[in-house]
Design a protein around this ligand. Structure first.
Ligand SMILES: [Zn+2]
Ligand SMILES: [Zn+2]
Length: 178
């Protein structure tokens, strides 16, 4: 058994670790250097699909053509003060969750769980909410959209949980550029 000897792994945690590890493996195929995201679709304990963020097939990706950056303002609260911060975002790639939906059948998705390395952005959350899945498990937080995404999942009755006490497999973790 590998892992942390100090942590008592319940059976549930074992499956979470297993599928999140696969999501992180998928993320190593990501085509955008700013953020490597991987996602898998799981029905019961069966793996039904995996995906990562990348450009459409046959089109240059971020490593070949560079990121396609847009600038936008983001409201953040810093020391109790609301501040507008200018941020850059890459829009060249299809997000991992979106690719997962493109390459899986709706029949497989109904009642399934999505494991995704990063908390979904608003657009992906919106699509997942309408995809038939009933649970989303993620590792890294994405605070920008968290408030509205959590509210959406509550409204849809979709289980939305973070496995915070989790360490990705070695060599799968890449620094995130926000
Ligand atoms: Zn990019
Ligand atoms: Zn997204």
């Amino acid at each position: 058994m590998s892992g942390n000897p100090g942590i008592n792994l319940s059976r549930k945690k074992d499956w979470d670790t297993y599928f999140m590890d696969i999501a992180y493996m998928a993320s190593t195929r990501s085509q955008c250097p700013r953020r490597h995201v991987g996602a898998v679709l799981v029905q019961g304990k069966k793996l039904l699909g995996s995906a990562y963020n990348g450009a459409p097939m046959g089109v240059p990706d971020c490593y070949e053509a560079g990121c396609m950056l847009v600038e936008e303002y983001e409201l953040q609260v810093i020391d109790g003060q609301e501040t507008m911060l200018k941020k850059q975002r890459c829009i060249r790639t299809i997000h991992a969750e979106q690719n997962l939906l493109l390459f899986t059948d709706r029949n497989d998705r109904v009642g399934s769980t999505v494991y995704v390395t990063d908390q979904p952005c608003w657009t992906c959350a919106n699509m997942l909410a309408n995809s038939g899945i009933i649970e989303i498990v993620y590792h890294r937080a994405y605070p920008k959209d968290e408030g509205k995404v959590v509210a959406l999942m509550e409204a849809r009755g979709i289980v939305f949980r973070q496995i915070a006490q989790y360490a990705p497999p070695e060599n799968t973790l890449m620094e995130v550029v926000n």
